[in-house]
Design a protein around this ligand. Structure first.
Ligand code: FAD
Length: 403
């Protein structure tokens, strides 16, 4: 029986967490002997990191995703130094830099008629179609097979296992553990992993465009207004990724744009860009606009052998551009948890504690900003404070990039 907060419950240092262990794994391609049958659902960054790490531990991994790859998704596409450090932990340090050689150098935010600049200590911008595919390829080179276009459904979590239906198999299966890395859209597990904070807050919207004048190379450009904020960055091929978080209770520009919901969203993005004299994006972009459900959420992230990671466990806000780092780190930590916990232990409870320990210190700043961003008045106050104290902004940028 696990005793809360007992030092003996903390996960021991695994050889793969030490530099020597990682070197040995990279050299020999082996981890500890297979102990568990694990299903990883999702091949975004959280799922890929979990699958790669678990396989390195010697765990038997079945890995599925409902999508076919490469696929794009709503994202600001900026990998900060923390995310790059997390990729290095699974021996994938070079994959991002193989796709794009130039580091990000600057961060520029325009709000309430003022512009704040900060230097970035590093990081890169790469499209999610390329990045997620590169990680899947990396996994493949280590002998892991991803089964695409396969929908997973959790049927029951009982005893020491999880019953699952995979859409490409005729019989239901039982796994010792399931890592649920299904992002913002994967549902069907609330019976075992109830919401602690039900989805609410802004919607995510994104589109890749060939060009947008006013977006410099190697710079994250952000524009904030009462209706939400937009992030702009040039990715590996010079295209501009436009990603926005739009308030759900607002609707600037709806009137001019007519009835189509995507055209209305595009009009709102254009209205925000116009406050910084950028854009507009052409009406054709509406067809390619990708959207998300409400972003802010948190669920109990473990129950029995079912562990939620990445956005499936919870998400705060894209303002600080940390989601990919959180996703990769939680995927790695969940795989460690599965490999290092004996069958008699309560894996779900251990994971809840480990997940909270991992993310508490990394998410507090984003949570605090998210409170201010929740209302137009709070956002205005925040941006005014940022303009008055640019040194604090630069300090925060450094902190967010800590490895
Ligand atoms: C507007 C916006 C901007 C952002 N900008 C940044 C940024 O600049 N930097 C940053 O670090 N983060 C950013 N993020 C956050 C980042 O995109 C996410 O945190 C990260 O992609 C989460 O990865 P994931 O692996 O958890 O989920 P995903 O990448 O969403 O992967 C989930 C996968 O699960 C699959 N799936 C779902 N359900 C099932 C099922 N039942 N069976 C099988 N497969 C299933 C899906 O097909 C999908 O491929 C941003 C987010 C938003 C909304």
């Amino acid at each position: 029986m696990i005793q809360p907060n007992s030092p003996s419950n903390r996960l021991p240092m695994h050889p793969l967490r030490s530099a020597a262990g990682l070197d040995r794994w990279a050299a020999e391609g082996v981890g500890s002997p297979a102990t568990r049958d694990l299903l990883v659902v999702g091949a975004g960054l959280a799922g890929s990191a979990a699958a790669i790490r678990a396989a390195a531990h010697g765990v038997r991994v079945t890995w599925v995703d409902a999508a076919s790859f490469p696929r794009d998704k709503v994202c600001g596409c900026c990998l900060n130094l923390s995310a790059l450090g997390a990729l290095a932990e699974i021996g994938c340090a070079t994959i991002a830099h193989d796709l794009v050689t130039d580091d990000l150098r600057a961060w520029q935010l325009t709000a309430a008629g003022r512009t704040i600049d900060a230097k970035l200590p590093g990081g890169i911008a790469v499209s999610r179609a390329k990045l997620d595919w590169a990680l899947i390829e990396q996994a493949r080179s280590r002998g892991l097979q991803l089964r695409t276009k396969v929908q997973a459904k959790v049927l029951d979590v009982r005893g020491t296992g999880v019953d699952v239906r995979l859409s490409d198999e005729s019989a239901d299966r039982r796994f010792d553990a399931v890592i649920w890395a299904t992002g913002l859209s994967g549902g069907g597990v609330s019976r075992w992993l109830p919401w602690v904070v039900a989805p609410h807050g802004p919607l995510g919207v994104a589109v890749l465009v060939d060009d947008l004048p006013g977006v410099p190379e190697r710079t994250i450009r952000m524009v904030c207004a009462d209706d939400g904020y937009v992030g702009l960055v040039r990715v590996e091929d010079g295209q501009v990724d436009v990603a926005a978080a739009l308030r759900r209770d607002a609707g600037a520009g709806d009137g001019e744009a007519g009835g189509d919901p995507k055209s209305r969203l595009l009009a709102r993005v254009n209205a925000i860009l116009a406050t910084a004299r950028l854009g507009p994006l052409s009406e054709h972009c509406a067809e390619r606009l990708m959207t998300t459900p409400p972003l802010r959420r948190a669920r109990q992230c473990g129950h029995g052998g079912l562990l939620a990671v990445g956005d499936a466990a919870g998400y705060v806000e894209p303002f600080t551009g940390e989601g990919m780092a959180w996703a990769i780190r939680s995927g790695i930590a969940a795989a460690d948890c599965v490999a290092e916990t004996d069958r008699e232990s309560d894996l779900g409870r251990l994971w809840c504690r480990e997940h909270a320990r991992q993310l508490r210190s990394r998410q507090w700043l984003c949570r605090a900003l998210s409170q201010a961003l929740a209302s137009p008045g709070g956002s205005r106050w925040l941006f005014r404070a940022m303009a008055l104290a640019p040194w604090a902004v630069r300090g925060a940028v450094r902190r967010l990039n800590r490895v």
